[in-house]
Design a protein around this ligand. Sequence first.
Ligand SMILES: [Zn+2]
Length: 154
Amino acid sequence: MISEAMAGVSALKTALDMTKALKDINDATIRNSAVIDLQEKILAAREAQTALLERIGELEKQLAGFEKWEAEKENYQLTKIYDDTFAYARKPDAGGTIPPHYICANCYENRKKLILQRSDAAHVTCSECNSRLRFDSDMARRFNRPIKYGPGSP
Ligand SMILES: [Zn+2]
């Protein structure tokens, strides 16, 4: 990106120098050749500017993604889900109507929110990085069966 900016500045400086020199050229052929060179320099500067604008757009999009993640990650806290096994749990006070869930700690570090899904009776899995975590503790059983059935329920 810096090299693109420097190329644009260099092309503009060269074009400016050429414009100053044009007034001293009396020979029409030499002057026409200089004008063509000048147009090429202006075109190069425009191309560099276009590349810079595209890059700025990409960086603005990336920044918006980072800002969104910085806000979203505050809704989660690192939680032990089994012996020496951790995931990020949605904080109870995070609000909204989203049900309690865990997200992958590996993907969290890469600014991605991947909900861990049960893959069998004792494990949850991340669909992004394929992490497979043990999750069959009392806490897991409570987490997966939050509805208490009263007497007479099946
Ligand atoms: Zn993951």
